[in-house]
Design a protein around this ligand. Structure first.
Ligand SMILES: [Mg+2]
Length: 438
């Protein structure tokens, strides 16, 4: 996830249509199912049982951007809202509130078309950095509950979790899912839908079966809820594939599951075999770490248990987060071009800004001073206006080797490498840099 160059515009590349006049199918995410996730794809009689005792969760924020805007502005609650259009009738709908969806408004429509269906539609601009800060905060909390390699951020409003380490059976898994829903309501006051199953594909399909604010469990005993669905509801099947499957007489996911292996292989090759495997519940893919995306930005969010307004505590918090993010950049030999700070106040309003650095860096001194400069320009907290969450992110990352190291001459005095070594060995608090006052 990275932050957009223009604030106000949504940054996640998934959501930016190349041509606003085109329709919603552009928004359908295409997922490449890697064949290495299906080592058994050639042996169609192979019985898959390695996933029997695994538990995957797909978590999806309901109508994410619209929900956030309704949360932050009481005047929008209960009303049809679309997020993403500019002023007037321009732009396209990125997310629509459930009230707008009930009137037929769909993601990817132009605001003009949406207004025709729903004359009372309130179109508000999207605020990408705010949504990203929320997503990051949720991910940070998930990482406190699960190992890093069990959390996959799939998009700005969806993630997969492998909860096998914390659940032995569906009872425990469902309990954990409810805990996540409560936690996200507590930390962000947002509702999510959760799908729970023994593999990722079914978990994702399960989410859709109980939305909004739902939890749906697909296990072997109730597999027919999936198998009854039309093939187009299957994750990975687009419009074209649907037509081709129909021409083979395959209309439901169950029919695909029970289809003839050779016919599918002949018609679609490996892709068809994999889709048939998914329909049969034989998706053995695990959590994938989006290395590339992770390295586009490093963010850290922290929600305080007690809101604060004390200047030195705020500074301390920003310092601590800067150290953390810079250390992560250094561990990957990355330097950043941009620093963003976002702060959530007790009224749930977000304030933040981002700054482009003159020279790319991974030194906490510079990142800290930049973050503090942003902080100083924001509304300052007081006893009636306290800070609840801090978020810092560094984006536009580059490999150190690609840059002229002369930039770093100033910083060679700071023994970062040794410091990081000590922190790795003895913990985060063993050594702190005196960074001065921002
Ligand atoms: Mg969503």
């Amino acid at each position: 996830m990275h932050t957009a160059k223009n604030s106000g515009k949504l940054s996640s590349s998934y959501f930016i249509p190349r041509d606003a006049s085109r329709e919603s199918h552009l928004f359908k995410r295409v997922r490449m199912m890697a064949s290495y996730s299906f080592p058994h794809h050639k042996d169609h009689n192979h019985k898959i049982d390695i996933n029997r005792n695994r538990f995957f969760i797909h978590l999806d924020l309901d109508a994410f951007f619209a929900q956030v805007e309704q949360r932050d502005n009481p005047k929008l609650r209960g009303k049809p809202v679309s997020v993403g259009g500019g002023k007037g009738n321009r732009g396209i709908v990125m997310t629509a509130s459930y009230e707008a969806r009930a009137m037929g408004v769909e993601i990817g429509m132009s605001v003009v078309d949406a207004r025709r269906l729903c004359p009372d539609l309130i179109s508000v601009p999207s605020y990408g950095t705010k949504y990203e800060a929320i997503t990051q905060n949720i991910i940070c909390h998930l990482l406190e509950l699960l190992p890093e390699d069990c959390v996959e951020q799939y998009s700005i409003d969806e993630c997969f979790l492998d909860i096998t380490p914390v659940a032995n059976d569906y009872f425990q898994a469902a309990k954990f899912a409810w805990h996540l829903k409560t936690m996200i309501r507590r930390i962000e006051n947002l509702q999510v839908s959760i799908g729970l199953s023994f593999n990722k594909s079914f978990a994702k399909m399960a989410t859709k079966l109980n939305k909004p604010d739902g939890l749906f469990i697909v296990r072997e005993e109730n597999l027919d809820v999936i198998h009854r669905l039309p093939v187009k509801k299957m994750w990975g099947i687009g419009h074209r594939m649907e037509i081709r499957l129909h021409s083979l007489g395959i209309r439901t996911i169950g029919e695909l599951a029970n289809s003839d292996f050779h016919a599918i292989h002949k018609e679609f090759g490996i892709n068809g075999v994999i889709l048939r495997k998914i329909a049969r519940g034989e998706d053995t893919s695990g959590i994938s770490q989006h290395v590339e995306r992770v390295e586009k930005s490093f963010s850290h969010n922290h929600t305080l248990s007690d809101a604060i307004y004390d200047d030195s505590r705020a500074m301390d918090e920003i310092k601590r987060m800067t150290e953390y993010v810079c250390r992560r950049m250094r561990s990957k030999d990355l330097i950043t071009d941009h620093v963003a700070l976002s702060i959530r106040f007790d009224d749930l309003g977000y304030r933040g800004n981002k700054v482009r650095l003159v020279h790319p860096t991974n030194s906490e001194k510079e990142v800290f001073h930049t973050a503090m400069a942003i902080y100083r320009k924001l509304p300052q907290p007081n006893s009636n206006y306290k800070i609840r969450t801090f978020g810092i992110s560094c984006f536009e990352l580059h490999k150190v080797s690609g840059y002229n190291l002369d930039f770093f001459n100033r910083d060679h005095l700071i023994p970062y490498k040794q410091m990081d070594f000590l922190k790795d060995k003895y913990g985060e608090n063993i050594i702190r840099l005196g960074l001065g006052n921002g």
